[in-house]
Write a protein that binds this ligand. Structure first.
Ligand SMILES: [Zn+2]
Ligand SMILES: [Zn+2]
Length: 126
């Protein structure tokens, strides 16, 4: 399990990656910044250490969404892909939809629930 390799990429395939080993966390983020960056009600992030991540085609382009935060996206198809922040130095967080096989990941927690759209919270958080 810990030697698993997870592959993924953007919608058009220009950006491709592999993440090796177990993710550090899988969590739903309900913050406003993620909502603006993705256009989705909330974002499910799968976090890896940078050493676990390899770009196998083009690397993503980056947008600084707030000081110390870099959000990776594909400059060809526009798909949002990653988050890297100074608060979590050395980590690359991937949006779950970027993985070719996202079914293997289940979020274990919810963060920034105070910003959440009420209907987007799972019952256990209420
Ligand atoms: Zn693309
Ligand atoms: Zn967020």
């Amino acid at each position: 399990m810990t030697n698993a390799t997870y592959e993924g990429g953007c919608q058009c395939g220009a950006v491709r990656f592999e993440a090796e080993g177990a993710p550090k966390f899988v969590a739903n983020c309900h913050c406003r910044s993620c909502r603006k960056a993705t256009g989705a009600a909330f974002s499910t992030w799968v976090g890896f250490m940078d050493e676990q991540v390899r770009w196998t085609n083009n690397p993503p382009s980056f947008h600084a969404s707030s000081p110390g935060v870099r959000r990776g996206f594909c400059c060809h198809c526009g798909a949002p892909l990653t988050y890297a922040g100074e608060k979590w130095a050395g980590e690359t967080h991937f949006l779950i939809g970027a993985f070719d096989d996202p079914y293997v990941f289940t979020p274990a927690g919810e963060v920034f629930t105070e910003d959440a759209l009420a209907w987007a919270l799972t019952p256990k958080d209420e």
